[in-house]
Design a protein around this ligand. Sequence first.
Ligand code: RP5
Length: 161
Amino acid sequence: MSTPVAVIMGSRSDWETMRHATETLEKLGIGFSARVVSAHRTPDRMVLFAKGARDEGFKIIIAGAGGAAHLPGMVAALTPLPVFGVPVESHALKGQDSLLSIVQMPAGIPVGTLAIGRSGAVNAALLAASVLALSDTELAGRLDAFRAEQTASVAETPADA
Ligand code: RP5
């Protein structure tokens, strides 16, 4: 299987959130590589990764980080690939810090910013799937099926009678 998606995160402590992105990619049969790449603790690793990501064959980067979350923006500055940022929920500020660090990129270098936490991680994977499905009809079919299954699973009443 090819690995079109890189899922990177600033710390192993982000995995509890970011595993929801990789689980969603797995459900859709999308290959990925998950790595810890910290903007401030491993800056050289970050530069090497970001500059080489396109040559490694990645098409999309999902980057999760918390607190002063520079990782998605720094990576976006170093690669032409689309970068989707996931604000990880921090203990001190509940992820508001992560969100504001990622979302407010000055014009010129975009980061597609998702919701804080699990929702953002799942949706980053689904957004990656939508983009990849533009040029992959089999994946487009799997994504349609995923959505249909989700729709069918929604109950019409709030509780069993
Ligand atoms: C960020 O600092 C990481 O993305 C993580 O969300 C946060 C805290 O990291 P740890 O101190 O738990 O390693 O770089």
